[in-house]
Design a protein around this ligand. Structure first.
Ligand SMILES: Cc1cc2nc3c(=O)[nH]c(=O)nc-3n(C[C@H](O)[C@H](O)[C@H](O)COP(=O)(O)O)c2cc1C
Length: 327
């Protein structure tokens, strides 16, 4: 692990060495991964829905405790627009509290209803969102930090599709809580850019999918390593739910349905269901399933241990900072 070269309110808030936060990744962010990130001096978030049962999730938390050398890790709670999909979140939160989790990343819809329980348990919460309006309301609801996503991001970049550079120049100025900037990030140059914009760290996900500790099949990672920034597409706009995913035959089939104007979700289901993504990670067949991937896949050109990826980003950022100091 590299020694600390950037101390910000984000490193202090999470008790980490480097201002790099690794966002939750459905199916992929397990104990092995978040503990590797923790040992590299950063924080990652386990995704509870990735495991067959809530008790399997509990096992992952215990494993992460064992593997993290006492360093912090957290839990991702993705809040759906559909209340029925959120029922399990209370269970996940209860288990997290019972297992002594200290950090939560919320995302998706408003975290407001979960904040009292999270704060009563003494947990630090960062909310990830895509507009200044949502960031301000999450701050008002009591979150400790905001991750603001730009249009380049993998997963759900929001419907306004504001670029990360613009988000970064606006959102940190308007908030009193610390902000991390996300969407298209994957290099040390960008970390310095985030700090110069007024953010106090950056959040990455796509860059880490090729980490050795990520359990996905090597063929899937090799495919990502081949892709440039044009290797993704936005789908599901027709449902008001933009999703940035890998460009493959499933994605093209979804785009064809959208071009026809179809709003029958059942027609989309065979292409977008989550189990297909899991299968692609298992067997490495990247041609099927709509796997979340951001434009930062352009930086995911090498399959290396998570610690080496993080070290490389920190080293580059430190060099760039020193170069700027010389101007
Ligand atoms: C494979 C993958 C799975 C993701 N799953 C989740 C998830 O379950 N919950 C969540 O809040 N965000 C999820 N995201 C979004 C990331 O946490 C993060 O916000 C986003 O990817 C940042 O942009 P980047 O991909 O350009 O780094 C996922 C992203 C990827 C690449």
């Amino acid at each position: 692990m590299k020694p600390q070269t950037f101390r910000t309110r984000i490193t202090d808030l999470f008790g980490i060495d480097h201002p790099i936060v690794c966002g939750g990744m459905m199916w992929l962010a397990d104990a092995e991964y978040v503990s590797a990130v923790a040992r590299a001096g950063c924080i990652g978030f386990i995704t509870p829905r990735s495991f067959p049962t809530p008790e399997d999730f509990r096992e992952q938390l215990r494993k992460a405790h064992d593997l993290s050398d006492g360093r912090p890790f957290g839990v991702n709670l993705y809040i759906s627009a559909r209340p029925e999909s959120n029922q399990l979140l209370q269970t996940f939160l209860d288990i997290s509290i019972e297992e002594g989790v200290k950090f939560v990343e919320t995302a998706g819809f408003s975290p407001k209803e979960f904040i009292p329980k999270i704060k009563d348990a003494g947990i630090t919460v960062m909310h990830k969102c895509t507009t200044l309006r949502h960031a301000l309301s999450a701050q008002k609801a009591g979150v400790d930090a905001i991750a603001i996503l730009g249009a380049e991001a993998g997963g759900h970049p929001g419907m306004d599709m504001i670029g990360t550079m613009v988000q970064g120049a606006i959102v940190p100025q308007e908030l009193s809580v610390p902000v991390v900037l996300a969407g298209g990030m994957g290099t040390g140059r960008q970390l310095v850019a985030c700090l110069s914009l007024g953010a106090e760290g950056m959040l990455i996900a796509t860059r880490m999918v090729v980490a050795e500790e990520i359990w996905a099949h090597e063929n899937y990672k090799k495919r990502l390593a081949e892709l440039g920034p044009d290797g993704t597409k936005i789908i599901m706009s027709i449902f008001g739910d933009n999703s940035r995913v890998i460009d493959n035959p499933s994605t093209e089939a979804v785009l064809a349905l959208e071009a026809e104007g179809s709003t029958d979700y059942e027609a989309y289901r065979p292409h977008v269901q989550g189990t297909l993504q899991k299968e692609a990670y298992e067997d490495g067949d990247w041609t099927k399933g709509t796997m979340s991937i951001g434009q930062s896949v352009a930086f995911a050109g090498d399959i290396r241990p998570a610690g080496q990826i993080i070290d490389g980003i920190v080293e580059e950022a430190t060099t760039v900072r020193d170069r700027l100091n010389g101007f």
